[in-house]
Design a protein around this ligand. Structure first.
Ligand code: ISL
Length: 544
């Protein structure tokens, strides 16, 4: 179809720079390291990279606390290294998508230093300040995402500032047009460098009305997104993906409806939240429930059949490893990793691969709190053990759902430190790198990489995969996921067994198909009809 945008055919790949490839032996991944591994991405066939933040930062939250939006963190390299990355990626047909972290800055940003020194400084108005409440405490009882109150006191000027994350991440005041204009100019500056777009960190939080207590999807959100689009994005061939933990089916098209003039797509988390305990939170995860998961996926596919556009992902740098969470990371690791890729990549939307997913990297078996590095995990540990949670119980939750699972170094080889660094890595390498690494997987023609390569090529070459209408089957089946895609008179049907036992499945008449095998992880099938017995973690797609 001629009206396809490039990012509708492309597959994204997320790099967490700290953990991808170190080039200088300091134990921290860097931009020259990324450049040296671009052929791995080109070989997979990805169309663009979402680069987690590489800006100057004190690294309280590994770069999600930016102290200079127009500089590169020295640990990661120089601006010349960044420019080389953009060029070298482009030479391989890969765009670089920047992480735009503008709900908050670092407390070490020059703006915040000026803001906290004087109420009269223009930068004071770049942040959100309130006087103490009647009891001298914070103006409201909002809690910060990483623990403690969302307000911190600055003695020098006698006011509280808002930080929805850590105290090192003061929220920017989007109500101030001068602040918005600074952000727009900064975006222009990066676009002029030839980047391919932006992933927008917690973008649902920029439109807040603090006095009304409206933080998520606040009343000004869409005004600001429309303004940003008109001022910066319009008419430019970029991709934009907004991260929103609060978006629902009811609000999604406000961000990415075709005629809204806001964003191209969203990262929504309803399928992820599904397995978090509502009151105890992410460190007390519930077992995976396939029926609930399918309901979320099917609803979002249905919503975006005609308008908007989905992003498709199970993993990122904040989430556990998908093969450990949704698949089976023991005996069936390879097959279940391929199953997850198959069901996600053949839906309608743009798939995102998180580094290491393409070799089936697993959660990390840390058993001591000092092995963890993530401030969310460390703060939650302090809070929960203080409140009486046993250390062993907390650690079980952190191993299942903590952010460091995704942040251990990329496993390139079976050599020392998995080929990630010649030095001491900033976080331990997963001890399973002897068996699970890029070199070993690549050497296997039936490896996970080969499967991803096929899926990415299928999407690139097939209008049916890109544009076909999605239709779910067997929605209440506890072990099987089934759907098809239709475009004109062509169909593709997908069947997957989310379990380590074989399962007999009666293919619904409307789903039945004969033709050729598009992709499979347990031997090819040319037909899906009648009663089918699916092998453990078997996934197959048949096209007519
Ligand atoms: O998992 C989470 C909810 O408990 C959080 O880590 C969630 O990912 C976060 O609230 C939103 O994430 C984004 O913004 C954060 C940053 O730490 C994350 O890495 C980023 O993806 C603050 O910038």
């Amino acid at each position: 179809m001629d009206d396809a945008r490039w990012w509708q055919r492309a597959t994204g790949y997320q790099i967490y720079p700290r953990s991808f490839q170190d080039s200088d032996g300091d134990g921290v991944g860097d931009i020259p390291g990324i450049v040296s591994r671009l052929d791995h991405l080109a070989d997979l066939g990805v169309g663009f990279v979402w680069l987690s933040p590489v800006y100057a930062s004190p690294m309280a939250d590994n770069g999600y606390d930016v102290s200079d939006y127009r500089a590169i963190a020295p640990q990661f390299g120089t601006m010349a290294d960044f420019d080389r990355l953009v060029d070298a990626a482009r030479a391989r047909g890969i765009g670089i998508v920047m992480d735009l972290v503008v709900n908050h800055s670092s407390n070490e940003h020059a703006w915040f230093r000026a803001a906290r020194a004087s109420r009269a400084a223009p930068e004071h108005q770049y942040y959100i300040w309130r006087d103490a409440g009647p009891d001298g405490g914070p103006p409201d009882d909002r809690r910060a995402a990483f623990g403690g109150p969302a307000w911190s006191w600055v003695e020098e000027i006698g006011q509280y500032y808002l930080h929805l994350f850590s105290p090192q991440q003061p929220d920017l005041n989007w109500r101030n047009p001068a602040l918005r204009s600074e952000i727009h100019d900064m975006m222009d500056w990066w676009i002029a460098k030839g980047i391919a777009g932006f992933r927008m960190d917690v973008i649902d939080l920029i439109g807040k009305d603090v006095d009304a207590g409206l933080y998520e999807e606040g009343p000004y959100l869409h005004d600001y997104l429309r303004e940003m689009h008109a001022r910066v994005l319009k008419g430019r061939d970029l991709v934009t993906v907004g991260e929103s933990w609060s978006v629902s089916l009811d609000t999604a098209l406000l961000y990415c409806g075709r005629d809204r003039g806001e964003l191209d797509m969203l990262f929504q988390f309803n399928h992820i939240r599904e397995s978090w305990d509502e009151t105890l939170g992410k460190f007390s995860p519930l077992p995976f429930d396939l029926v609930a998961f399918k309901k979320v996926m099917n609803d979002w596919q249905a919503l975006m059949n005609r308008d908007g556009w989905n992003s498709l992902f199970l993993s990122n740098h904040d989430l556990p490893r998908q093969v450990s969470k949704y698949g089976q990371d023991g005996e069936w690791r390879v097959r279940s990793a391929k199953l997850l890729a198959t069901v996600m990549h053949l839906m309608k939307g743009t798939p995102f691969v998180y580094q290491g997913e393409e070799i089936g990297m697993t959660n990390v078996p840390f058993d001591r709190i000092d092995q963890f590095r993530d401030l969310e995990t460390l703060n939650a540990y302090a809070e929960q053990t203080e409140a009486g949670v046993a250390t062993a119980d907390f650690l079980r939750g952190a191993r299942a759902n903590g952010r460091d699972n995704a942040r251990t170094p990329m496993q390139w080889t079976d050599g020392p430190q998995a080929g990630f660094t010649d030095g001491t890595p900033w976080i331990e390498v997963n001890p399973n790198h002897g068996a699970i690494n890029v070199a070993a997987d690549r050497a296997d023609p039936d490896g996970i990489i080969a499967h991803y390569r096929r899926l990415i090529a299928l999407r690139r070459d097939s209008d049916l995969v890109v544009f076909g209408t999605y239709r779910p089957f067997a929605e209440d089946h506890p072990q099987v996921m089934a759907y098809d895609r239709r475009l004109g008179d062509r169909r593709l049907a997908v069947l997957a067994n989310f379990g380590s036992d074989p399962v007999r499945f009666d293919v619904p008449d409307a789903m039945a198909i004969r033709g050729r095998c598009a992709i499979a992880n347990a031997g090819p099938r040319e037909a899906l009809e009648g009663t089918v017995t699916l092998a453990p973690w078997e996934a197959v797609a048949v096209a007519d």
